[in-house]
Design a protein around this ligand. Structure first.
Ligand code: ZN
Ligand code: ZN
Length: 239
């Protein structure tokens, strides 16, 4: 338990719990009132089978978006139930950058909803593998958001967490590159941790946000090279 959780725990003895956004009273262990929770933007079908990018229009059945079609992507699918917008984006920022550590609970609950997706249910999930941060960045932030989420999701769903990946090179923000530049930026950024064994196992990568998908793709490539039977990804939100 860290300070922000301690403070919340103590204040809940004195005051009833309140919504993290609008301060209306909420039930015990709730972080949002009904109105604010309803503001979280769901991803509805139709969307890309691979990267979950929603598609405006009438399409029935499976399809791949223009970004995924005809391209070798190493994860079978990346699943998120929410858009990276509104209250979801706000919570991710407050968790990552303002150290509101208690918000990992609602974030993990949102991410765990992806486990109900047919693409995730289609195969066993042998282990959750958080996308690693570079050591220096993890020290600076004091935690890896993906690892914290994976731990909570694993506990909820009874799936073991495997720290099988290492980030061996720091990388710049992916957003400044085009696709080729992103791949170049990520080359050799990840490796399997020594003694990690993913051979024949179905791995679920875990991260907070899917933006371009390049990071998850590179992690998936390394896991497949390490012998993983399949690699899929779940995130709290999709950009
Ligand atoms: Zn509210
Ligand atoms: Zn796609």
């Amino acid at each position: 338990m860290n300070l922000s959780e301690c403070a919340r725990g103590l204040s809940s003895l004195l005051y009833p719990p309140s919504c993290e956004v609008c301060n209306r009273p909420v039930e015990h262990r709730q972080y949002l009132c009904g109105g604010c929770a309803a503001e979280a933007v769901h991803i509805h079908a139709p969307y890309c089978e691979v990267c979950s990018e929603p598609f405006q229009g009438a399409i029935t059945g499976a399809f791949a978006c223009g970004n995924c079609a005809g391209r070798r992507i190493h994860f079978a699918c990346a699943v998120a139930r929410y858009r990276y917008a509104g209250v979801v984006r706000e919570f991710i920022h407050r968790f990552k950058y303002q150290r509101e550590f208690h918000l990992r609970h609602p974030l993990a609950a949102w991410a765990a909803e992806a486990l109900e997706d047919a693409r995730i249910l289609a195969l066993p999930a042998d282990a959750l593998a958080p996308v690693p941060l570079f050591r220096a960045r993890e020290r600076q932030r004091e935690f890896n958001q993906a690892a914290e989420l994976a731990r909570l999701i694993g506990k909820r769903a009874g799936i073991p967490v495997s720290d099988c990946l290492l980030r061996i090179r720091n990388t710049r923000s992916q957003l400044t590159f085009d696709r080729r530049g992103r791949m170049e930026n990520l080359r050799n950024a990840f490796s399997m941790r020594q003694n990690a064994n993913v051979r024949g196992r179905h791995i679920l990568l875990v991260d907070d946000v899917l933006t371009t998908g390049s990071t998850l793709d590179e992690c998936a490539r390394v896991l497949l090279e390490g012998g993983a039977a399949s690699v899929r990804a779940i995130t709290v939100a999709r950009g």
